[in-house]
Design a protein around this ligand. Sequence first.
Ligand code: KG4
Ligand code: ZN
Length: 338
Amino acid sequence: NQNIYILAIESSCDDTSAAILHNKKVLSNVVATQKIHEEYGGVVPELASRAHQQNIVPVVHQALTKANIDKKLVSAIAFTRGPGLMGSLLVGTSFAKSLSLGLDVPLIEVNHMQAHILAHFIEGDTQKQPPFPFLAMTISGGHTQIVLVRDYFDMKIIGETLDDAVGEAFDKSAKILGLPYPGGPLVDAYAKKGDPKAFPFPKPKVKGLNFSFSGLKTSILYFVRKEVEKNPNFIAENLNDICASIQYTIVNILMDKLKIAAIQTGIKQIAIGGGVSANSGIRKALINSQKELGWQTYIPNFEYCTDNAAMVGIVGYLKFIENDFAKQDVTAKARYFI
Ligand code: KG4
Ligand code: ZN
């Protein structure tokens, strides 16, 4: 009957987040999303770093207040060490180190990609936990990977993108259509009203388990340009169908690779994470796969799919019980492989 309280900090990209966990349960998970990047159509690293500086104190304070615990109860500070934007990581790393000194509690460093995967082990009312071994596909604006997960800290990347992340593919396609950033959720919304087979887009020819999305973006760009030349209202008149076709192609690319991975490894336990897990097309395909392919699929509660500190906290808890602590001289790592 342990009582471990982890204060977790995430600042790898453009979300400043702090969470408090009591063992495997989340007491609070506060996320400050940076709006500043919208007008630039993508994350601007220098602005992200500055915004983290401004957000981190209030976000940590709010996490403690919402959890309603005294900071004297905190057992350890967990923070995202990498991978991510250096200027962003530095804010969370430095803050976590100071807090660990100030509260005189140990420090735990967390790999952001492991955190996306281990988010499945947060205990919640609706959260269903995958059994080992399982395949995890992390799909977001920054990552696209298929990982073979044998145990909490025994993971192997078996496939990843060679160029753009899948979220970028959604966002860049949306930009071509004149939609604001991040366009992924909008493509999803219009796709619901469109015909997925209206405009066939080619799937990339990448062997094995790796992904490529830059060719798709280019073919969408050329297609749209050509059609707009013929009919200036082409986008407006066909937005639902275009979005449905783009989403259909992307979901097929993801599912094709997952199917190969499942056959190659003989594993039918499939878990997904990352912001693109919100996509209704991929969710539907995964639900259908349970019947069609005999898979068991796992999607974390949405708040634990996008970047958040609760997922950093669960890794903190799992490392705490293993006495796996970091030293004060630990440094942020922009490229940090699992
Ligand atoms: O995990 P996340 O919040 O941040 C990182 O990139 O790490 O993921 C954000 C990405 C964006 O590219 C966004 O467009 C995409 O997830 N996204 C979606 C949907 N919701 C978020 N893409 C497609 N359909 C959605 N419903
Ligand atoms: Zn992420």
